[in-house]
Design a protein around this ligand. Structure first.
Ligand SMILES: C[S@@+](CC[C@H](N)C(=O)[O-])C[C@H]1O[C@@H](n2cnc3c(N)ncnc32)[C@H](O)[C@@H]1O
Length: 256
């Protein structure tokens, strides 16, 4: 990789075998963290696969892998995707729930996405720009949805503050807001999927989820980078509105 970011010579290992890892040289004005990020992107098989397969980002494979394991994105289901930009999860959901009606013999589902950022339109999905934490945001989403959802999924992440504990608390707050929304709009039997960071403060969230769903699994899909503390909760079998705080939770599955 040259200073202007173009790929250059590939390194060879000491034993003469070609090491196919792309190296990125530091450049004037580029921080070491940016150099390392670029190098990681260029060597990440999920990044190149996403480009090849037309997904807007490698994140698409996380929801694909979670759905392969739990099977919640069935044709005909209604999905809400919170924090959907740039749109990889929506692309996966549109295809799997048959939102374009491409499989004529299967029921047609719906996909609604919201994000702080503007999202390039995705055929088959309805997308709105919205801060999910603003007053009344949940009512807006419910109005756009026009009924209950079968799946609420959230890959929301706050911009990094550089302070691990602060970032952790922010993502837990986003996840708790998403869970509250899910309790409000999910159809009985529905599924809630959300990104959390391992780190302790999510224990309250886990307890609430266990009270409201028949099964709560904590999963680290292969597409989630091993060096990140990110994991996903997949809560299935929503018990329906009106679950009281005294109801005893089921046992929680360990991280799978
Ligand atoms: C990791 S990205 C989501 C990637 C997405 N799942 C995909 O496959 O393309 C996290 C997103 O959460 C969004 N986000 C963070 N806080 C939010 C909030 N309060 N309201 C709405 N979106 C939010 C960010 O703007 C960002 O686009």
């Amino acid at each position: 990789m040259t200073d202007d970011g173009k790929t250059g010579e590939k390194a060879t290992s000491g034993r003469g075998r070609r090491d196919l890892r792309v190296r990125v040289k530091t450049a004037k004005g580029r921080k070491l963290s940016s150099t390392l990020w670029l190098e990681r992107q260029l060597n990440d098989p999920y990044v190149s696969r996403a480009k090849r397969e037309g997904y807007r980002g490698r994140a698409a494979y996380k929801i694909l892998e979670l759905d392969d394991k739990f099977g919640f994105l069935k044709p005909g289901v209604r999905v809400v995707d919170l924090g959907c930009a740039p749109g990889g999860w929506c692309q996966v959901a549109v295809a799997r729930v048959n939102a374009l009606g491409e499989r004529a013999n299967k029921p047609r589902g719906t996909v609604l996405g919201v994000d702080l950022q503007v999202v390039e339109p995705i055929a088959g999905a309805v997308i709105h720009q919205l801060d999910f934490l603003e007053e009344g945001a949940d009512d807006k989403v419910k109005a756009w949805l026009g009924g209950r959802a079968d799946v609420v999924m959230s890959d929301m992440a706050a911009a990094s503050s550089g302070h691990k504990q602060t970032d952790h608390l922010r993502i837990v707050a986003l996840c708790e807001a998403a869970a509250e929304f899910a309790f409000d709009v999910l159809e009985e039997g529905g599924t809630f999927v959300a990104k959390v960071l391992a780190g302790g403060a999510e224990i309250g969230l886990q307890t609430t989820l266990k009270r409201n769903f028949t099964r709560v699994a904590n999963v680290k899909p292969p597409a989630s980078r091993p060096d990140s503390s990110e994991k996903f909760v997949v809560a299935t079998g929503f018990r329906g509105a009106g679950i009281g705080p005294g109801d005893s939770p089921d046992g929680e599955d360990p991280v799978q």
